[in-house]
Design a protein. Structure first.
Length: 385
């Protein structure tokens, strides 16, 4: 906002950023309104992203990936999507690449990696992760979906809800109980795909916001999952979830911050041109002070997140750090959206204005990937340990 230098990026990163920015302006922003009406992005958009090399950046070359191990590129991808104001794509695309892929890459069998990762890179397979259930949101230890060992396969039964990318998904990482008597130690992770009989989906939810993001229920009725689709070891799924959630929450943080920056930018443009009492809205002290407050908070938040990106590159971001970022950035996103609606006056409540969509889209950020109340609990555990 003030031009405080961002020192973590180099020339090659900025070249990637410009290429991505140009792509978003041509292939994503013009279609976002249509996707909002359809309740999901198009399958073609996924395949175009894949063709242009923007999906699953860290995937190894043997699967057709670019093997980019520098997380700064992933951060730029999420950031630029957020800065476009396209909230649905800013959540769905990074979830595929930076949240689902790591489970398969880090814990999948070679057979599973060869089967799924190349098509995830190309965008021909869209992925999701299924943890939340109707009776178990942030309380993952109490999920009820089961996976029964039947010799050469597992039999999965249960349901999941609020699944991002759920309706379009071809590949889903599913958390299920392999031993319901062991609590967290009885949870295992599996890859379920659309070709498995008994796996069905509900219709996309009518959500308050994130209209360009497909979200639905998933149902599993005697779904036969081969042993090769087990991720890691039996009973260690909860440990894997806790490990990978650090990156998930960092991704949510980066999306929240960049979406907030977009909202403030569009509001600045609005108040400078909106007449009121012979002046512009920007000429009033209240407007100027509100803008100053938001700009200062966002500037500080950006430097904070940049530091976390670099720490994550060195594998030094723990659960408490990512929880603090997720909590602070999503709260800030909601605060900025609310203040910016107020600065727009009545027009801020009209869907045709970006700030109205930003307001509706922001609220859920404080709920998914672990509610902000859970984030505070994780922070407290570290500082009190």
């Amino acid at each position: 906002m003030f031009g405080l230098p961002r020192t973590i990026f180099h020339e090659e990163h900025e070249m990637f950023r410009q290429s991505l920015k140009d792509y978003i302006a041509k292939e994503i922003t013009p279609y976002n309104a249509e996707w909002e009406k359809n309740k999901m992005v198009s399958r073609e958009s996924w395949q175009k992203l894949g063709e242009n090399g923007f999906l699953c950046l860290q995937a190894p070359e043997e699967y057709g990936g670019l093997n980019i191990q520098d997380f700064r590129y992933n951060a730029i991808f999420t950031e630029e999507l957020g800065l476009s104001g396209c909230s649905g794509p800013a959540i769905g695309y990074p979830l595929h690449s930076d949240i689902v892929l790591p489970y398969i890459l880090h814990y999948g069998t070679e057979l599973a990696r060869e089967k799924y990762i190349p098509k995830m890179i190309s965008g021909h397979y869209i992925s999701a992760v299924a943890m939340t259930e109707p009776g178990a949101g942030s309380d993952l230890q109490n999920i009820r979906a089961t996976a029964e060992d039947n010799g050469d396969h597992y039999l999965i039964n249960g349901s999941k809800t609020f699944i991002t990318n759920g309706y379009l998904s071809d590949v889903v990482v599913v958390a299920a109980k392999t031993d319901p008597t062991k609590g967290a130690k009885g949870i295992s992770l599996f890859i379920v795909d659309n070709k498995m009989e008994g796996f069905t989906k509900g219709v996309p939810f009518e959500k308050v916001g994130l209209h360009a993001q497909d979200t639905c229920e998933l149902f599993f009725e005697d779904v036969k999952v081969p042993k090769s689709n087990l991720l890691g070891n039996v009973g260690e799924g909860f440990k894997y979830l806790m490990t990978e959630l650090a990156q998930e929450r960092l991704i949510v943080s980066l999306a929240a911050l960049s979406l907030a920056e977009f909202t403030l930018k569009t509001t600045i443009e609005y108040v400078k041109s909106r007449p009121a009492f012979g002046k512009t809205v920007a000429d009033f002290q209240n407007s100027r002070f509100k803008l100053a407050e938001m700009a200062a908070k966002l500037e500080q938040a950006r430097i904070y997140c940049d530091q976390l990106v670099m720490l994550h590159n060195d594998k030094k971001v723990d659960a408490a750090m990512s929880s603090a970022a997720k909590y602070m950035m999503t709260e800030l996103q909601c605060e900025v959206a609310d203040e910016c609606v107020q600065l727009h006056g009545g027009y801020g409540y009209m869907w045709e204005y970006p700030v109205a969509r930003a307001y509706a889209d922001a609220r859920v950020q404080r709920i998914y990937a672990g509610t902000n109340e859970i984030m505070k609990e994780l922070i407290a555990r570290k500082i009190l340990s």
